[in-house]
Ligand binder design. Structure first.
Ligand SMILES: NC(=O)c1ccc[n+]([C@@H]2O[C@H](COP(=O)([O-])OP(=O)(O)OC[C@H]3O[C@@H](n4cnc5c(N)ncnc54)[C@H](OP(=O)(O)O)[C@@H]3O)[C@@H](O)[C@H]2O)c1
Length: 316
């Protein structure tokens, strides 16, 4: 059987690759929905990610994409609790030599997927892995937000930001969101008590009146570690997901070590937490547009524009 995948070329090309058989701890998924994330086009165009994918990833051609949702079509001998025909959501991992998810099938380890409830929308599932898991880690695992505490979300209207706002609210926190003028109403509708329009002056200076914060989640980058840490209360954390420079990343080394860098890696437990939050109605996922996998190039361009106010999802 052949695996049909979108791989890098000039332009992006559709290639037929041998379909791998899952090893003992792996499963193969027939992909139905694929969420588009900035990491997809960054792997194509930027230095560190592209280099890493080529140095430690599987042999070329590079297949883009992390997010997927679909139906299990084969399982390895050691996989328990998941069988052929089950619907799952998950993320590929090039550091495990896995090809990306812009494909009709993916092969991943069982610890990279979660089962989907019967009535869970497959498009929403496809949009969840990277954005949902990253938001969950920022708010809960790293941000340690508790009921009654405050969160500041920079980039609250983006794919990760929207979910971070809602997950923080679901934990009983209160949220200050930062976004552009056109998205103020959207971020408020997600549950942010205060929304700061960053086009109307320094948002961190405006946020000071609403702090101190248990967690400042920077989904944008370039806001400055010292300025973010200055808004934290005792034991608070500044969480970075979009650091683009060595200088920004080095903030994790600055005492009192309250700046943290997060890499949103989909694992079964994290995916289950995010799926449960959506299934309970505590979190809604805004889908900006669905399009066929054949339009992957257009999806990457839209994502790269940085002005999406919902997730793009490719359908096979
Ligand atoms: N470390 C990880 O594991 C991880 C995981 C996921 C994403 N990321 C990174 O995190 C970033 C966001 O990802 P995403 O999926 O949320 O992207 P996205 O959906 O494209 O959202 C980007 C958002 O940034 C907002 N924005 C732009 N400039 C801003 C500013 N100065 N202040 C506040 N908001 C601003 C835009 O909102 P407005 O239109 O309202 O300005 C837009 O909604 C990307 O760099 C991505 O690569 C990292």
């Amino acid at each position: 059987m052949a695996q049909t995948s979108w791989a890098q070329g000039e332009p992006l090309v559709l290639v037929e690759l041998p379909t791998p058989e899952p090893r003992r701890d792996e499963l193969r998924v027939r992909v139905q929905a694929i969420g588009v994330n900035p990491v997809d086009w960054k792997m194509r165009t930027r230095g560190p990610l592209r280099l890493a994918a080529r140095l430690i990833g599987p042999p070329p051609p590079v297949v883009f994409g992390v997010d997927f949702a679909g139906v299990v079509e084969a399982v390895g001998a050691d996989v328990t609790g998941i069988g052929v025909g089950d619907r799952v959501v998950g993320g590929t991992d090039f550091s495990r030599k896995q090809r990306g998810s812009y494909a009709d099938t993916v092969v991943v380890r069982a610890d990279q997927v979660a089962l989907l409830p019967a009535d869970f929308d497959i498009v929403v599932a496809g949009a969840l892995p990277v954005a949902g898991v990253t938001a969950f880690m920022c708010v809960s695992e790293v941000g340690r937000l508790q009921a009654g505490q405050r969160a500041l979300v920079l980039g609250a209207s983006g794919g990760v930001g929207q979910l971070a706002v809602q997950l923080a609210r679901a934990r009983g926190g209160s949220v200050v969101g930062v976004c552009s003028t056109g998205n103020v109403a959207l971020v408020r509708s997600l549950g942010a008590e205060v929304v700061i329009d960053y086009t109307q002056g320094d948002p961190l200076a405006q946020a000071r009146a609403h702090g101190p914060f248990q967690v400042v989640i920077d989904c944008v980058g370039g806001y400055g570690g010292a300025a973010c840490r200055a808004l934290l209360g005792r034991g608070g954390r500044h969480v970075m997901i979009a650091s683009e420079t060595v200088g920004e990343t080095l903030h994790v080394l600055v005492p009192p070590f309250s700046s943290k860098s997060v890499l949103g890696r989909p694992t079964t437990a994290r995916l289950q937490a995010v799926v449960a939050a959506v299934a309970s109605g505590a979190v809604t996922v805004r889908i900006a547009e669905t399009m066929p996998l054949a339009q992957a190039e257009r999806a990457l361009e839209l994502s790269r524009g940085g002005r999406m106010t919902g997730k793009l999802v490719l359908l096979t």
